[in-house]
Design a protein around this ligand. Sequence first.
Ligand code: 5GP
Ligand code: MN
Ligand code: MN
Length: 332
Amino acid sequence: QHVTIAEAARLFANHAHRIAVIAHVNPDADAIGSGLAVVHIAHLMGKEAWLSFARPDRTPETLQILPGAESIVRPNEMPDDLDFVVVVDCGSADRMGELHHLAEKVPYTLILDHHRSNDGFGTHSVIIPRADATAQLVLDVLDELDLELTKDIAQCLFAGLLTDTGGFHWGSPRAHSDAARLVQAGIDSDTLTRQLLDTRPFSYLELLATVLQTATLIQDAGKGRGLVYATVPYDVYRHARPEDVQALIEVVRTTAEAEIALVVREMTPGTWTGSLRSRSLVNAAEIARHLGGGGHRRAAGFTVQSTLAEVLEKILIILSDPPLHDGHRALN
Ligand code: 5GP
Ligand code: MN
Ligand code: MN
């Protein structure tokens, strides 16, 4: 059942007491930031809440700086007697991983998300595809509940807004006005941005050197549109921090000749996860959907069990007749 922010806020205020907050697998800053913000909101209201995600088994190091991150629990540490689940930034039920079982045990599962492809899998869902980040939905809930935007909450929300807009490269007007509010709430946006986007171990440079050697440009991947891709085989992946591998796409996608950028990483032997980015014309979410994944028009992802050659072949076939998106403002 689709509900408004106001209805979601009322539901949360009236029916949530012991709350599981679930972020998507391989959580990013929007998932963790939004999830922690919901936990802080619950605490402000005298409720109990715990954030978790199914995998991997630790919080990405870059996100451990967010207030409350130290109390994120593993799925098996989630307490009993929960009566409410909030799922943040999660486009489909399978992205909850094993935690989807929790949703079946409680009367209310509220989805807060901004993925266009979200089919509204909870008992109640707020899905706003035009939102830059799920963090904005959480901010709306906070406002609806008339709660104070504390510095801790502002930091968590800023993390999601910052990263889902590519460091405000593709933020809507609202993203910028929300950012102004968050900064006014007392956060140190300079330090936070540096820590979230610009701080990596030296080994990242070595990883970059290795992976960029695999970079390949196919100038004419389809209708004159280029594809650039780089690959991270398991042998390289297992020695790197997952969040550093995830960041490689930010370098690869700068290729001017390519409409589509792709980094595929072998997270376990034979299982390839791809990060897709589109410059402006091609709908990355549609390409990902053909491979069983999803996402946004400009940023999408997928996971497949097959050989690297098969993954690349499939992408080239899809790109030979690329899915374009409508509208001139291609944000989501
Ligand atoms: P990233 O490349 O940063 O991992 O993911 C980019 C975006 O694609 C994410 O914000 C997420 O919305 C989406 N995404 C990534 N992997 C998957 C997937 O396996 N399934 C779905 N539905 N969406 C994904
Ligand atoms: Mn996300
Ligand atoms: Mn998001």
